[in-house]
Write a protein that binds this ligand. Structure first.
Ligand SMILES: *Cc1c(COP(=O)(O)O)cnc(C)c1O
Length: 383
């Protein structure tokens, strides 16, 4: 058989070693549905490691966002301020409950929500601000929390990219907003195939979060012996993952520091190898504001035009390197474009058109990474 040249994929899910062992253990234990021993181990880990007040594993970050929309009691007509440059779930979870998305632009020098623009968008109908820590880089949380306090609205952190990332060096992302959500989808730093987590930082939501999580019942309190019957007490759905998923995730949690160390190393190698292009303005490398840090979630470049980005992606593809663009501005999506109020969001569109993500995973070899860097430098030596 002919040896086809090996393709460098965009992502490769990393198994840290004990995933199968713990999944088998969960199956052998006889308790395979949710909220068992492995779910508890994961909850304890997150609460201990990051000081989150209360966490609930979910079947996805999408579902954690839907729980957040139910918890803050979104009603038809409520407005939610959301960055346009994000994944559909950051908005869809609120739209499902009848909210109107008020899409907001990104900063000019990096993709996060432009906090300067938020206040002018707040109206008497505004219920919440959703922030997304793009690529694990913190949003301007002090400014955003101050605005939210001033106007009495909630902040929900979509921290899907942001595990083990900190604001001002010490405050874990996900611990700042009233509610926060994480993802363990196979493209994230920690994975369980599909999976996610809701973080409840505001105590007023703690009890109801558990009820919504368990199909609108007080089953979690019943298991703890706090009530003597378990009943249908509120609305809810089935948001808890099975023990097999929690067991898989637990193996990843035990290796959090080595996973993070390796991923940050991959990030640094890209940064050092490509910095020359940043210095001579051929591309923009990720900008990390002084209140934020890099958590090794992804590495991206911002090209000078859509045409240039298409050329780069095609060129890398011909070299068997799979690089990809990212979000398409939600205010221009087929679903929302006719509902958007018409404001131009030029920076969100810039990142839609010009941002490209490079292959990024734990097992990316140094020689593959060097090949990627060389290919990009070569491409830019000719444009
Ligand atoms: C991945 C992602 C989600 C969705 O996560 P799932 O766990 O796949 O539902 C939501 N928001 C952002 C910013 C994401 O990157």
């Amino acid at each position: 058989m002919k040896n086809l040249p090996k393709k460098i994929t965009f992502n490769k899910p990393y198994l840290s070693g004990k995933e199968l062992y713990y999944v088998a253990d969960a199956i052998r234990s006889g308790k395979t549905s949710g909220n068992g021993l492995y779910t508890k181990k994961c909850h304890d880990f997150f609460e201990g490691k990051f000081g989150f007040k209360k966490v609930l594993l979910t079947t996805s970050c999408t579902h954690a966002l839907e729980m957040a929309a139910l918890l803050i009691n979104i009603q038809p007509g409520d407005e939610v301020i959301i960055p346009s440059f994000t994944f559909v779930s950051s908005a869809n979870a609120f739209i499902l409950q009848g909210a109107k998305a008020v899409f907001t632009d990104s900063c000019s020098d990096q993709p996060n929500i432009d906090a300067e623009h938020i206040e002018s968008l707040i109206s008497s109908k505004t219920k919440a601000i959703v922030v997304v820590h793009y690529a694990g880089v913190a949003c301007d949380m002090k400014k955003i929390m101050r605005l939210a306090d001033k106007h009495g609205i909630f902040v929900i952190e979509d921290a899907a990219h942001a595990i083990d990332s900190y604001y001002q060096n010490e405050t874990p992302l996900g611990s700042i907003g009233h509610l926060s959500t994480f993802s363990f989808h196979e493209t994230k730093n920690l994975i369980s195939g599909e999976g996610g987590m809701l973080v409840v930082n505001d105590d007023q939501f703690a009890e109801r979060a558990e009820i919504i999580w368990e199909k609108g019942t007080n089953r979690a309190a019943f298991w703890r012996g706090e009530v003597d019957k378990y009943n249908w007490v509120d609305i809810g759905s089935s948001y808890l993952p099975s023990e097999m998923i929690a067991a898989f995730l637990y193996a990843q949690l035990e290796n959090l520091s080595s996973i993070q160390e390796r991923r940050k190393e991959v990030w640094n190698i890209y940064y050092e190898g490509l910095n020359i292009l940043n210095n001579n303005s051929k591309v923009r490398l990720p900008l990390i504001p002084d209140y934020a840090m890099n958590n090794g979630h992804m590495f991206y470049l911002v090209c000078n035009s859509l045409q240039e980005r298409t050329g780069l992606i095609n060129n890398l593809n011909q070299n068997n390197i799979h690089a990809v663009f990212h979000y398409i501005s939600l205010h221009k999506s087929p679903y929302y474009k006719n509902k958007h109020d018409g404001r131009e969001l030029a920076n969100a569109d810039k990142y839609s058109d010009r941002l490209v993500r490079l292959p990024f995973y734990y097992e990316l070899t140094n020689s593959d990474q060097n090949k990627i860097i060389k290919s990009i430098l070569k491409f830019y030596s000719s444009v």
